[in-house]
Write a protein that binds this ligand. Sequence first.
Ligand code: ADP
Ligand code: ADP
Ligand code: MG
Length: 669
Amino acid sequence: MATPALYRRFRTLLMANRGEIACRVIRTARAMGLRTVAVYSDADRDALHVAEADEAVWIGAAPARDSYLSIPRILAAATASGAEAIHPGYGFLSESAEFAQACADMQIVFVGPTADMITAMGSKSGSKQLMEKAGVPLVPGFHGEAQDEATLAAEAGKIGFPVLVKASAGGGGRGMRVVRSAGELAAAIVSAKREAKAAFGDDRMLIEKYVDNPRHIEVQIVGDSHGNLVSLFERECTLQRRHQKVIEEAPSPTLNPAQREAVCAAARKAAGAVNYVGAGTIEFVSDGQEVFFIEMNTRLQVEHPVTELITGVDLVEWQLRVAFGETLPLTQDQIVLNGHAVEARVYAENPHKNFMPSVGRIRTWRTPEESNGLRIDAGYREGDSVSPNYDAMLAKVIAWAPTRDAAIDRLNRGLEETDVRGIVTNIPFLSALVTHPDVRANAIDTGFIERQLTTLTPLAAAPGDLELCAAIAAILGEEQAAQAGETSPWQAAGWMPVGRRQRVFKFRHDGHEHKAVLHYGSGPVKIVIGEREFAFTSSAAERGRFDLTLDGSRSHIVAVIEGHELYLRTRNGRFDIHWVDPFGGDDEEQVGEDKIVAPLPGTVVALLAEEGATLEKGAAILTLEVMKMEQTLRAPFAGVLTSIRCKVGDIVQEGVELAVVEPAELKAS
Ligand code: ADP
Ligand code: ADP
Ligand code: MG
């Protein structure tokens, strides 16, 4: 019996992933008339990707290794659901040659390159050896087999500091450390190896010259199984944090047309070296003059939508057509660049707390309409839970416009109109980033975010008169809604005794109390704040959105009320305000900022200080691995580390006190 071709027509596609990318692939597969199968773990029973697929198969427990990273479980789900093809998305098994091979062995079409191509290009060291031969420019560095400390140290010395130590199997910026001097090398290798082992099960390292003022430029390529290979222009992803992309755009504003053609040609040469089949990305780092190959990602990338928006090509459709065994729909000269697109990654994380991931239930999820050049690729909706087991990316907001400036404006507007409550997100940080003048001017490098952190994470401004009035309008609106159906809401609200002429509202923000008094009677309703007095009306457009008119000037307000916590969006920005309700209990949470507790469930991976040690404020105490990232917990103030309540390897639950520091002043007296 002849073996069926690796790439052939299929009708049922299984999506071996979760979150936004699973939803994204399902959307196109659907439109192409395919039957779609989702897989899910215990944590994802009610997830959006499960709801959107035609069918869904449970694959195991919440930890990824028991579900989304388990090859046998995913193959069993494919068999059970009659799936003839598997799309791996990005992350998880997308760059696993073993998985691609296992699919081929079971005669399931793997939507991606062959196992051999993944093996050749998936490891950073291996692909660099290939590119060296193909004559693609490389960053100077060491990508040999030897892994002993002496060799790595000698090679780093030869390259010259600063160097970048990188996990060969790495991805998502993990397992990577910039090393500025020989003395820091050994510790950086230990920590990068530990992170790489945990994240990729492979701790081999390579070393590269750290390119100065680096920019990240990458080229989208797609090849078919008939020998055709095209590039779809480049993306620039220089706005990064910890080597992980935050904002991506296409085309690169840094390249001129000649440089664009050169980098695209280099990428085609790189992919051509392995007769690449499928969608892939060739990544380069640039010092602003030259570009150097750093790695190839043999899969669809998170930021693929910006390429789709400037070319009009649906890359998932192309992936599926290639997997069907078809030829590419367009030739190189039919692929034209139109306009500019920018994408922002929305994460469940707290920029004010060192971007600590935030987990929990999403109580509010509102995104703007997908029109006027705006696209939202989301993996979550209202009521969903963000689990500590997976990547914290929730969605992507993507904007297209004829020019870069207009695309940035649209993106910012899209971000401003996105409200997510219940968990903390990086949306205000993204807004600050895209409106920063240096970002506008493209005067950036990959270190920009780290250097500008204080300007990009401004402390929340105190609420002004507009916000206090909006808060009152929101509370009244909520009370009206609660009383809906009864007689006049003004009388119906239990808090208002007949004949009462005013109501005092107190709010707290950042430790300060703000007072506003609502006066009503025969004339127009008034609000008095200090010496100031405003004529006030409000009309709700829908729940949580209303128009507020103060002294004849009208503005649009968004409000979300959760118990006594008010979230407002006004023309002045976003505000979180606590309402001190004189009738209800005051349920403001007092979070202990002075305790060293696990912020999320995690694993203790290193103890960095000893019991009894005297610590400066901010001194490192221990490192936790939380959601695949290492987080170092530090002394909240200067003092003595009186006790350490965990050891390396402990799996700790959220809120558990891991160490105790006693303040220096207490000790002294
Ligand atoms: P790279 O930075 O290597 O080019 P991308 O920017 O394309 O990679 O991001 C891929 C990363 O996204 C993976 O390394 C992984 O940590 C993360 N990831 C994997 N699966 C998901 C998912 N379903 N949703 C969100 N993020 C994911
Ligand atoms: P990952 O697989 O995690 O995406 P990459 O090799 O693509 O790893 O590197 C991630 C990021 O780190 C790049 O986007 C780039 O900004 C930065 N980087 C990588 N190599 C270098 C280098 N040699 N010099 C400076 N920056 C680099
Ligand atoms: Mg990369």
